[in-house]
Design a protein around this ligand. Structure first.
Ligand code: NAD
Length: 299
């Protein structure tokens, strides 16, 4: 597989899927972006359009580059057609094991036998996902960071049976996208979320116990630890439902109470306060604006 021009199917057009489709299309690959929800596809296209406009305005790409990128991008609500001629599939659907197992069974049945099947999962076992297919050697974790067009890291996760050849292709492809791949092994949360999520959970517990308010907790971590964004703001950005799913994977995978999700996080997700994607989490977020205010529940 030459990394120059792949046919890539991206499954899931939410927070991550639109960014993944964007970087592949901008790097010269033909992309089919698939979602079961047509409205998510429309939102994804308008986000990509807006993000490309920003790059044009900053003179990082030309208007022609933008048009060529969009011309390489198709959308569909039907997975079979999109993956049947793909040489790479990157799954970025909702972080739920049952859903991912079902999607990988379907992709395995539809994609060419030599296609690599990657997942952008934040925490779910690559080995477990690979076992739902008949090609465990070609299944790998390709964990992009949010926002995908900006963040450099791709955590490349080898499952138990992932081959050297699959790993080296994905590493090479990540570099061609302008990213920096880092190889890690398949344990709950991998490296990024094994370290990040307990910090976010501890910030939520600190809020829950009244140690400090939302803005104060974030300010301490920004000023004191030189983090560009406080942990509660970051949680809103990631999606509180995604944070909760990852903590549950860590808790189940290691069986240690230190990973138990804070009850406040569970309540917020149950109430539909998911952060940026729902408009409210620890902060209130207004579409199209970077300004945030602390949510009424915490002010
Ligand atoms: P999201 O909730 O924003 O989007 C998920 C999308 O998947 C939705 O649009 C949904 O309609 C779609 N979907 C659900 N079932 C589907 C199916 N059967 N076929 C096609 N599409 C389907 O979620 P997200 O934040 O983009 O997360 C996607 C994946 O990326 C998850 O595995 C998550 O853990 C991982 N991830 C998230 C972040 C983050 O910061 N949000 C960072 C790195 C990795």
């Amino acid at each position: 597989m030459s990394v120059e021009s792949q046919r890539v199917a991206v499954i899931g057009a939410g927070t991550m899927g639109n960014g993944i489709a964007h970087v592949f299309a901008q790097s010269g690959h033909e992309v089919s972006l698939v979602d079961v929800n047509a409205a998510a596809l429309e939102r994804a296209l308008s986000t990509i359009d807006r993000n490309l406009d920003r790059l044009v305005a900053k003179e990082k790409i030309s208007a022609e580059d933008k048009a060529a990128t969009l011309a390489r991008l198709k959308t569909s609500t039907e997975m079979h057609g999109a993956v049947s001629d793909a040489n790479l599939v990157v799954e970025a659907a909702t972080e739920r094991l049952d859903l991912k197992l079902k999607i990988f069974e379907q992709i395995d049945a539809s994609a060419p036998a030599d296609a690599i099947l990657a997942t952008n999962t934040s925490s779910i076992s690559i080995t477990r996902i690979a076992a739902a297919t008949g090609r465990a050697d070609k299944v790998i974790g390709m964990h992009f960071m949010n926002p995908v067009p900006i963040m450099k890291l791709v955590e490349v996760i080898r499952g138990y049976d992932t081959s050297d050849s699959t790993t080296s292709k994905v590493v090479e492809l990540s570099r061609q996208l302008g990213k920096i791949p880092v190889e890690v092994n398949d344990y709950p949360g991998f490296v990024a979320n094994r370290i990040l999520m307990p910090m976010i959970n501890e910030a939520i517990c600190s809020l829950h116990e009244g140690v400090a308010g939302v803005a104060e907790i974030d300010e301490v971590m920004k000023l004191g630890m030189a983090h560009p964004m406080g942990p509660l703001h970051l949680a809103d950005f990631i999606g509180l439902d995604v944070c909760l799913s990852i903590l549950r994977v860590l808790h189940d995978g290691f069986g240690q109470p230190k990973y138990a999700p804070c009850p406040l996080l569970v309540n917020m997700v149950t109430a539909g306060k998911l952060g940026v994607k729902s408009g409210e989490g620890f902060y209130v977020h207004t579409k199209g604006s970077k300004d945030i205010t602390v949510a009424p529940a915490f002010s």
